[in-house]
Design a protein around this ligand. Structure first.
Ligand SMILES: [Zn+2]
Length: 177
């Protein structure tokens, strides 16, 4: 492997890192390959199968029994391939309301019915096999749980109070499929 900037040799290392690129502060990517160039100090993060990674994250977000945060709403909307306007039309709110849901500076929470409808939209996609009963019946918690996924296949390895913790009772199998 050689550096694409200077042609120098690259060394490879594996790290755990937050997935800051998508703005989700509770998502950690584990065993991620980082290639370093000693000559130019360049750094290359290797994220294989990004589509699969995003499918798994969408799956995990939908099953979390917490109100959808602005970052989670944005992630799910873009994962669905929708604009804010599209989402507003599908859920039956004004475009302004849909914009406000994603505001980072001032949280304007979704109504419970809109939250469920967005999760249903995600659950209706083939890439995410979720039984809606799993999230419609669960009472909301106050804080998002950490989500940890392991490269290269992005297996869900942590989904609980702490990284590596167990999945919520009764949902372990589904959360890990
Ligand atoms: Zn270099």
């Amino acid at each position: 492997m050689i550096c694409t900037h200077c042609g120098g040799p690259l060394t490879s290392t594996r790290v755990s890192r937050p997935y800051a690129e998508v703005g989700l502060s509770n998502v950690t990517l584990m065993n991620v390959e980082v290639r370093l160039c000693r000559h130019c100090r360049g750094r290359e993060v290797v994220l294989p199968c990004v589509e699969q990674l995003h499918d798994r994250i969408a799956h995990a977000i939908v099953l979390q029994p917490v109100a959808l945060t602005p970052a989670a709403i944005r992630f799910l909307r873009t994962w669905l391939g929708l604009s804010c306007q599209d989402l507003a039309a599908l859920i039956g709110v004004s475009r302004e309301t849909a914009f406000r849901w994603e505001r980072q500076d001032k949280w304007y929470p979704m109504r419970c019915s809109a939250d469920r409808l967005l999760r249903m939209l995600v659950a209706s996609r083939k890439a995410v096999t979720v039984d809606p009963v799993d999230f419609l019946r669960v009472p909301p918690e106050s804080e998002a749980r950490p989500i940890a996924l392991c490269a290269p296949t992005w297996e869900l390895v942590g989904y609980g109070p702490a990284l590596g913790g167990a999945a919520p009772a009764g949902r372990k199998n589904r959360a890990r499929t």
